[in-house]
Design a protein around this ligand. Structure first.
Ligand code: AKG
Length: 402
């Protein structure tokens, strides 16, 4: 029996509307800014420069760094600016002139200023009124524009800001001709439909030929990427990510998950070097000493491990039965796990690997033995392509009908 379509994901793509309203969704990576806000994370300048190079060759559109948090960050920003990278380097600073001056000293072309505009931020953090906030924000943007820089204004805590005030601020920024507005869900309180409504509200009120929208979604309850994608469905065209989703508290969408969703599910027109994803993760994990969680999508060690006997039977014939994208595409590797769940298919395969006779009797007897051992997993093996091809030609497949 043969497959009805060449693409096993075909019907899923129909539900996802993957090819409808296709547009490019960009990525700003903030590993060097938001990522360094993750508890325990602080890169050296050499590491910051290397990360910037890696992100650039991966293909992100913008790389964000804050030149104001320390003398080291200031130096790193200056050096990164001189590397001639393709990605825009965005200096992230508070919406105050002295911070913008610091960005100017680094020769940045892009400045992103942020200001908490929800009442709780105005009252508890900035201790200014809405009117004062508006005046301060507009003065800073005028200042940035007077220096000929491109800029983004972040409406920090947008999801908890009174909608009328949010719109007033966005319209003012739009009239100033600011290149981008960021709509963050700073505390991760939105659900996808809420994020859609929030971004749509802004999108419908501004002239989007002048100003584009970024989404910056926090992962406090695990909805960050879903919310960011929903924001893009409503008109945003840039998602903020970090490698492995690092960031304040529980962070923001991970670069790997975002890039693969855009490439595979949204069919967005990016030129990401997806095969670098595992290496990017490994590099960051080496630098931060934070292990990559084994079940982290795409880059974790378990992302391509197959264990249940029924899964193994299918995987050995066609890995697409349980994989939406091949491991090598994201720089990862496929593994087979043997143990009490292997069943006769997994056992037959294990016998073949060991060079033993994988008859029905032998396979059933090994399967029973593994179950009786009650030891859970006993062995993990990489299933590389060469081995796979060799094994698929052997008796095992002939004996196995399941
Ligand atoms: C947040 O609101 O959580 C931020 O980190 C700022 C986001 C931004 O500048 O877009």
């Amino acid at each position: 029996m043969s497959l009805k379509t060449d693409d096993p994901n075909y019907f899923a793509h129909q539900y996802n509307d993957s090819l409808r309203d296709r547009k490019k969704i960009r990525i700003l990576d903030s590993t060097l800014r938001e990522g360094e806000q993750h508890p325990g994370v602080s890169f050296s300048n050499k590491q910051r420069i290397q990360i910037a190079w890696m992100l650039d060759s991966f293909g992100v559109d913008q790389i964000e760094i804050s030149p104001v948090v320390s003398e080291d960050h200031f130096e790193a920003t200056k050096v990164i600016m001189k590397q001639g990278l393709k990605a825009d380097i965005v200096a992230h600073v508070r919406a105050i002139k002295s911070d913008v001056d610091r960005a100017l000293d680094c020769d940045t072309e892009w400045v992103a200023t942020y200001m908490g505009i929800s009442d709780i931020h105005l009252v508890s953090k900035l201790r200014i009124s809405r009117e004062e906030a508006k005046i301060r924000a507009l003065e800073v943007v005028d200042y940035i524009k007077s220096h000929g820089l491109k800029s983004r204004f972040t409406m920090e805590d947008a999801s908890r800001t009174e909608p009328e005030f949010l719109i007033t601020m966005c319209k003012e920024m739009n009239q100033k001709g600011i290149e981008r507005i960021s709509i963050p869900d700073t505390v991760g309180i939105m659900r996808p439909r809420g994020m859609y409504n929030l971004v749509k509200l802004v999108y419908d009120q501004i002239d989007t030929s002048k100003t584009s929208i970024d989404v910056h979604c926090h992962n406090d309850v695990g909805l960050a990427l879903a919310n960011a994608l929903s924001g893009c469905d409503a008109g945003a065209d840039q998602i903020h990510t970090t490698i492995d989703g690092l960031g304040e508290r529980t962070g923001i969408p991970s670069l790997a998950e975002t890039a693969v969703v855009l490439n595979l599910i949204y069919k967005s027109d990016n030129n990401f070097r997806l095969h670098m994803l595992k290496d990017l993760s490994r590099t960051i994990s080496d630098y931060t000493k934070i292990p990559i969680h084994e079940s982290k999508p795409l880059v974790g060690d378990s992302s391509y491990k197959h264990k249940a006997g029924t899964h193994l039977a299918a995987i050995l014939r066609n890995p697409a039965a349980y994989e939406i994208i091949e491991p090598k595409v994201v720089g990862n590797r496929r593994k087979i796990v043997f143990g009490e769940l292997s069943g006769k298919n997994g056992s037959a395969y294990l016998l073949s690997l060991l060079g033993l006779d994988s008859t029905k009797e032998n396979s059933e007897s090994l399967a029973r033995g593994l179950k009786e051992l009650r030891m859970g997993d006993i062995l993990e093996l990489f299933l590389d392509e060469k081995l796979e091809r060799k094994i698929l030609n052997e008796d095992y497949m002939k004996n196995s009908k399941e």
